[in-house]
Design a protein around this ligand. Structure first.
Ligand code: NAD
Length: 357
């Protein structure tokens, strides 16, 4: 099979981790007889430096014409003082909107070899931790009407509105139910229906969709309770579906309890097969350019790309198995290093995983 991939290396450690992920992807191509063609495009701080814009039009055009997009990370102190819409992170919101990527998929799974890094007590995780958060990505408070004004008495007020339409809830709910069918057939829908109108609509629509999936166990849960349950009994969750702002916060919490930021991939999907795949961490300016970063989250993002955009499940399994093997053999980058293991650089980790494919 031939696939065109737009590659956004971005800033900080972005270029280092993406290089390792492409090394692994090339090995998959070689082994399984696929041709992956890469086109580098700019986004974030590096795009601002060259074009003055965090998301040049050419980047959007190339991404739209590709089968999939791989992203490293964007941002850094150099661009922190720019106004909101000119900052590197504006590129992230812009590309999600431009590609109509409404579903963000973030797995949180305890990797047995890294059990020691999990901050929860063993008695809490003894039943496992293997869940996926399906977060609505282009609606709600982050995309609603916002306003900051000063009234005649000098009082300054700022507001953001959280709005959802029924079709937006329905399409994200379907992503969650379809995913649950491929996993352990359980969906928790997270809202704040005891307070928010947008949550009451969310609940009404998710219940309608749930009726079409009688084989999937379904329940509602309030967002505050979800935050508690994630650290109290994470094994109860399989697929969690929620709106943009709640999902942003809960998915960081879920990632944290797995132990390492450098290990977690993500996928952002729309109606078709085009997706954007990226690690959940940022550009880690503190270790950029030192060949120290952990490339595994980006390598696992490529596995998600193979699974969700290219329907190459065996190839995705091969990458995940290769990562497990390397970790089981005791190799670690600095962020996940512990006593008795072997410290390796970013590029060595990429070599090790590629060699196991
Ligand atoms: P960060 O995720 O970049 O770093 C947090 C800490 O984790 C740092 O100590 C860093 O060294 C470490 N870390 C992160 N990824 C690592 C990896 N792969 N291997 C080893 N260690 C790793 O978060 P931050 O410091 O809050 O943000 C830095 C910049 O990244 C900011 O400009 C922020 O806006 C941006 N950011 C971008 C994205 C994105 O591109 N999607 C996401 C989050 C933050």
């Amino acid at each position: 099979m031939e696939k065109k991939i737009a590659v956004i290396k971005g800033d900080g450690i972005g270029p280092e981790i993406v290089t390792e992920a492409l090394k692994v992807l090339d090995k998959v191509g070689e082994k399984y007889g696929h041709k992956f063609e890469y086109t580098d495009v700019l986004m974030g701080g590096c795009a601002i430096d060259v074009t003055g814009e965090p998301l040049p039009k050419e980047t959007v055009d190339v991404c739209l014409a590709s089968d999939s997009v791989l992203l490293g990370a964007v941002g850094g102190p150099k661009w922190d003082t720019l106004p909101g819409d000119k900052r590197p992170e504006a590129g992230l919101l812009g590309i999600r909107g431009a590609l109509k990527l409404f579903a963000n998929i973030r797995p949180a799974k305890l990797i047995p070899a890294l059990k020691g890094a999990c901050p929860l007590k063993e008695e809490i995780t003894e039943n496992g931790l293997d869940l996926v958060i399906v977060r609505e990505l282009i609606g709600g408070a982050y995309f609603g009407k916002r306003d900051t004004h000063v009234d005649e008495n000098g009082v300054k007020t700022a507001s953001d509105s959280m709005a959802y339409s029924d079709y937006e809830v329905e399409r994200i709910a379907r992503v969650a139910f379809d995913m649950a069918r491929k996993r352990r057939s359980k969906v928790h829908s997270v809202d704040k229906a005891n307070v928010l109108d947008s949550s009451r609509l969310w609940r009404e629509v998710t219940h309608k969709v749930a009726a079409e999936y009688p084989d999937v166990e379904f329940s509602d849960i309030l967002v505050d309770n979800t935050a508690m349950q994630l650290v109290h009994n994470p094994a109860q969750f399989d697929v969690i579906v929620t709106e943009n702002l709640f999902g942003d916060i809960l998915s960081d919490e879920a990632s944290m309890i797995t132990g390492s930021l450098g290990m977690i991939p993500s996928a952002s999907l729309g109606e078709g097969t085009l997706g954007l795949y990226e690690p959940i961490h940022g550009s880690a300016p503190d270790i950029a350019g030192q060949n120290k970063a952990n490339p595994i989250a980006t390598i696992l993002s490529v596995a998600m790309m193979l699974r969700y955009s290219f329907d190459m499940a065996a190839e995705a399994d091969a990458i995940e198995a290769a990562v497990d093997k390397v970790l089981n053999n005791g190799y670690r980058t600095g962020d996940i290093m512990s006593e008795g293991n072997k410290l390796v650089s970013c590029s060595e980790m990429g070599d090790l995983v590629a060699a196991e494919i």
